[in-house]
Write a protein that binds this ligand. Structure first.
Ligand code: NAI
Ligand SMILES: C[C@H](O)[C@@H]1OC(=O)[C@H](O)[C@@H]1O
Length: 260
């Protein structure tokens, strides 16, 4: 097992890629604080999703607790670390994963929507990394942080002008944090998922033309599943990647390199 006895926090852990990370961490031997935001889970079929993830982790023989909170609020990151200390005695691993992508055209983008996406995706990652790193530093044991950036850090999207800069920001945050935290033995890396089938793109991909286009562009011939990303996050969080920091790993079935 790659993460035997590690204590992990996963933001946005109730659905999609975050749920996949929580379950993979548990399979690899970690206990998990599962963060989620009720406001974001409402309306989905699995709106009790976080509780289900906790039950799935427990069935794998590991400990888990669900902690609700909007990651845009810096106090939520502090609360996540406190919850990990209370429940497990500390924090060894952070997967900073929570993110939103409410598709919208550029020219009439409401200022409030822009601000919300920046506050959740970039601000949330910043404060989660800062809170976890302070605890890891206090423990004196080092740690591993893996952020969910995106292929969208490297390419654009007409309906994602508020979103892609946040993913480039998360990529950049991991690079700078790797330098700031390396002296404390804290590694910082990111994954850049491509097209992964989750709730975030359900509406966008309900257009068969768009699905068909993406299908054809992915050299490995299929959309990604949360588990495809989760396994790479577990690797980067583990000692198998002990000399890897400041790195970004595309997990996209070859989508990015396939120009023509
Ligand atoms: N699905 C995809 O194709 C790709 C997704 N990503 C990134 O992966 C991450 C996860 O996305 P998906 O799993 O696809 O989305 P999803 O919509 O399936 O799951 C989102 C998760 O984030 C949580 N969340 C949403 N807003 C939150 C907030 N304000 N505070 C705390 N938690 C919040 C939800 O409770 C849920 O657990 C995001 O950062 C997204 O940008 C990156 C590249 C591709
Ligand atoms: C939500 C999108 O379908 C998804 O999010 C990303 O970060 C990918 O680039 C896709 O555009």
């Amino acid at each position: 097992m790659l993460l035997e006895g590690k204590r992990a926090i996963v933001t946005g852990g109730s659905r999609g890629i975050g749920r996949g990370i929580c379950l993979e961490f548990a399979r690899q031997g970690a206990d998990v604080v599962v963060n989620y935001y009720a406001g974001a889970d409402k309306g989905f079929a699995r709106d009790t999703a976080a509780d289900e993830v906790v039950a799935e982790i427990e069935a794998l023989g590991r400990r888990a607790i669900a902690v609700e909170g909007d990651i845009a609020d810096p106090q939520v990151s502090t609360a996540l670390v406190e919850a990990a200390i209370d429940a497990f005695g500390g924090v060894d691993v952070l997967a900073s994963n929570a993110g939103i992508c409410p598709f919208h055209a550029f020219l009439d983008m409401p200022a409030e929507l822009f601000k919300q996406v920046v506050d959740v995706n970039l601000g949330g990652a910043f404060f989660a990394v800062q809170a976890a790193a302070n605890r890891m530093n206090a423990q004196g044991t080092g740690g591993a942080i893996v952020a969910t950036s995106s292929i969208s850090a490297l390419v654009g999207g007409a309906l994602q002008t508020h979103y892609t800069p946040t993913k480039a920001g998360v990529h950049s945050l991991m690079q700078s944090a790797a330098i700031a935290l390396g002296p404390y033995g804290i590694r910082c890396n990111s994954v850049m998922p491509g097209a992964i089938a989750t709730d975030i793109n359900k509406d966008d991909w309900s257009d068969p033309k768009k699905r068909d286009y993406l299908d054809k562009r992915i050299p490995l011939g299929r959309f990604g599943e949360p588990e495809d990303v989760a396994r790479v996050v577990a690797f980067l969080a583990s000692d198998m990647a002990a000399y890897v920091t400041g790195a970004a790993l595309l997990v996209d079935g070859g989508l990015f390199v396939n120009l023509q």
